[in-house]
Design a protein around this ligand. Structure first.
Ligand SMILES: [Zn+2]
Length: 415
């Protein structure tokens, strides 16, 4: 058994039974075998503790410590970037136009289908390691660049393998309903039939992913098509997520509420009455401000959602098209500066609420007794440093299960 003491830390964390964060100016964390044994004021944590009981002491020199980030919505398993398409978008071609002309998601589908497993794994591992260096200790990764049964199963297996190759906890989501593949462009209902009758049963039997997600959007899957997919996924034991009302208000938020989904994502165009349905059904709003940034769109109205009573989580949406960033600190900064969220709301959005959105809040997302000692040391006094010191990531070091797994090169003076 290894016991570590993290001391002289300005600890700032959400807590499970309250809707606010707590902080300790001179705090400490006692970690036993990767789990938090106690956390709080340093004097309280040290009480009754003999120095011989501590194997390693880490003096954080008064720096801010927050929980490791949970990124609850990414498509970071892919094989090629789409930088040329980004240039097209900068010249004024819209995201949905690019998708309609066979680009966008469909170009990632072509490259993933033809790439070797090692190529996909190499690119995805790079994404995960960049995310880890920026504080992400748990990440959700969706399939959805395969879009046929064998390719989707291959993606989900690769995502599982990733989880064994990095210290980051990886949560897979099946997203065969990410787009209609080109071979079904004249028969989208035929693709929904394939999803419902073949792909979902096969994926469930072979990979058993905890979540199924659907892109419910004009020109992608209609509300009734998305409902069919979600019903089949639910029958096979998967929990549900919906990409809802990202570009147009098609009623995706209401569908998420009707189906009892765990979360609805994007919500840039969602109507207030449908957001209210999400509140009643307990659906978490996962907001993706880096996507609005990358698409030059207005940001989702987080303030209104919070005031309506929604639980709001934040994510990078890391993907090679509409949001190529692995950085939760960037997302945090956008949430505070552009979406009217307070520092505590944004921190909860990147940690505990994000953990709730992917069903891991019992083990991570906050610095509380018996949770994993997943934590980040920031180069500042408060989490606000991530919005203040913008454009760089003020993440000095990252601990997963109490072990240092990433460290900024200039991080001297601690340990
Ligand atoms: Zn997405």
């Amino acid at each position: 058994m290894t016991t570590k003491l993290f001391r002289d830390a300005r600890i700032h964390t959400p807590v499970s039974d309250k809707s606010r964060c707590v902080s300790w100016e001179r705090g400490a964390l006692l970690v036993k075998d990767g789990l938090i044994e106690s956390v709080g004021r340093e004097d309280d944590v040290l009480q009754g503790l003999h120095p011989s009981q501590i194997d390693q002491e880490i003096d954080l020199g008064g720096r801010c410590v927050v929980p490791g980030f949970v990124d609850p919505h990414t498509h970071m398993c892919f094989s090629e970037l789409r930088e040329r398409e980004f240039a097209l978008r900068l010249s004024g071609v819209s995201y949905l136009e690019i998708l309609r002309s066979g680009g966008g998601i469909l170009s990632s589908v072509r490259s993933v289908r033809s790439a070797s497993e090692e190529t996909i794994l190499g690119r995805t591992l790079k994404n995960v390691h960049i995310a880890l260096s920026l504080g992400t200790t748990t990440v959700e990764i969706k399939s959805g660049y395969g879009l046929d049964t064998a390719s989707e199963i291959r993606m989900l297996r690769l995502i599982e393998r990733l989880g064994r190759k990095t210290p980051v906890t990886v949560v897979p989501t099946f997203m065969g309903a990410h787009a209609v593949p080109s071979e079904f462009s004249d028969d989208p209902e035929g693709y929904v039939d394939l999803l419902v009758k073949e792909m979902i049963p096969a994926v469930s039997a072979e990979c058993n992913p905890p979540f199924c997600d659907v892109f419910c959007e004009e020109g992608v899957f209609s509300v009734s098509q998305a409902r069919r997919v979600l019903e089949a996924a639910r029958e096979h034991g998967m929990k549900l997520k919906v990409h809802a009302d990202e570009v147009t208000d098609t009623g995706g938020a209401a569908l998420a509420a009707e189906m009892g989904a765990v979360s609805a994502e994007h919500l840039l165009a969602a109507r207030e009455e449908n957001l209210a349905k999400m509140v009643s059904a307990g659906v978490i709003a996962v907001l993706l401000p880096a996507t609005a940034y990358s698409l030059r769109k207005p940001y989702a109205d987080a303030r209104k959602m919070l005031d309506l009573g929604l639980t709001v989580a934040l994510a990078t949406d890391c993907n090679p098209g509409s949001s190529f960033t692995q950085s939760v600190p960037f997302v945090f900064g956008l949430a505070v500066m552009k979406m009217g969220m307070t520092v505590d709301e944004a921190l909860s959005g990147c940690t505990l609420n994000a953990a709730r959105a992917i069903g891991v809040d019992k083990i991570c997302g906050s610095l509380e007794k018996n949770k994993l000692a997943d934590l980040i040391v920031l180069d500042g006094d408060t989490p606000a440093i991530m919005a203040y010191n913008c454009g760089v990531a003020p993440v000095l070091s990252v601990y997963k299960r109490g072990e240092c797994v990433a460290k900024r090169p200039d991080d001297r003076g601690i340990n």
